[in-house]
Design a protein around this ligand. Structure first.
Ligand code: NAP
Ligand code: GCO
Length: 266
């Protein structure tokens, strides 16, 4: 009986996976026997830092490319290059993402557009680029990294919430349009994860106290803590593997229970 959670023989492209959540998903894929990890970053210096991180983790079956995921021509060229240099893309993880925390009435259009370009338009661009080959093979996995903000709003993150809400529906639409080709598209909705993206929300205050948002989120998480990026690895392996062939259009929230919890009572 084959192990349905195995990723042996598979190639996975994880966008923006130099560090953070994407990097930890890559580590989990390696643990599940992945054949090749492919990642990209926005410039040569960032790519070199990413390659150093993989080397330090002892991961050698990895190839990195410079590519801005918002650049449609660059993404199409990268996919062709991956097909030539590595092989088929069995798994795409749309991980690259940014956030700008600005009150909506103070946010400029260009700032809103920059967030939605990376967090929503880029997953469309990358998914559209990999789907034709998956259709030919009648097999493929696409995993979109959604967010608590795919379901909830909060002050200062209007662009991010709009993008991540749209990404949830893009996930459902890719499921609807390509399920007949045996392509499964699901989302992972991380809760609050300790990565560089959330570092400003955890900064120790000048008086040495914890950031107010740090205390707020721990009170909203049943486990009372921030989650570690490594904790996203298992759910990602599940959605990348044949164990989830009957799961499609689903967003798997890996949030420590935030969405189920009204928050710690006083
Ligand atoms: P992160 O630490 O800020 O890492 C984001 C990665 O995306 C970086 O490697 C970054 O590269 C890359 N990136 C950004 N814009 C790019 C572009 N245009 N082209 C190529 N790469 C680009 O973020 P993270 O916390 O690991 O988050 C990863 C994903 O999870 C994001 O989609 C985020 O929205 C989502 N998420 C995060 C949390 C959390 O609590 N951390 C929770 C829910 C969802 P550079 O370093 O070169 O900019
Ligand atoms: C924020 C955080 C969140 C997390 C994540 C939650 O400012 O509220 O950055 O948006 O990144 O998306 O799931």
């Amino acid at each position: 009986m084959n192990n349905p959670f195995s990723l042996e023989g598979k190639n996975a492209w994880i966008t923006g996976a130099s560090y953070g959540i994407g990097f930890n998903i890559a580590k989990a894929f390696v643990g599940a026997g992945i054949k090749n990890i492919i990642f990209n970053d926005i410039n040569e210096a960032a790519l070199e830092r990413g390659l150093a991180n993989y080397k330090e983790a002892g991961i050698t079956n990895v190839k990195g490319y410079v590519c801005d995921v918002t650049d449609e021509n660059a993404v199409k060229a990268l996919v062709e290059k991956i097909h030539k240099e590595v092989g088929q893309i069995d798994i795409l993880v749309n991980n690259a993402g940014i956030i700008k925390r600005i009150p909506m009435h103070e946010m400029k259009r260009a700032e809103f557009q920059q967030v939605t370009d990376v967090d929503l338009v880029a997953p469309f661009i990358c998914s559209a680029a990999v789907v034709p080959e998956m259709m030919e093979r009648r097999e493929g996995k696409i995993i979109n990294i959604c967010s608590m903000m795919s379901e909830l709003g909060r002050e200062t993150v209007s662009a991010y919430a709009a993008a991540k809400g749209g990404l949830k529906m893009l996930t459902r639409n890719i499921c609807s349009e390509y399920g007949e080709y045996n392509i499964q598209c699901n989302g992972i909705g991380p809760g609050y994860i300790a990565t560089p993206q959330t570092a400003p929300l955890r900064e120790i205050q000048p008086d040495g106290s914890r950031h107010p948002f740090d205390k707020f989120i721990c009170a909203k998480t049943p486990a009372g803590r921030w989650l570690d990026p490594e904790e996203l690895g298992g759910p990602a392996v599940f959605l990348a593997s044949h164990a989830s062939d009957a799961v499609n259009g689903h967003v798997l929230y890996v949030d420590g229970g935030i969405l189920a919890y009204i928050g710690k009572q006083p």
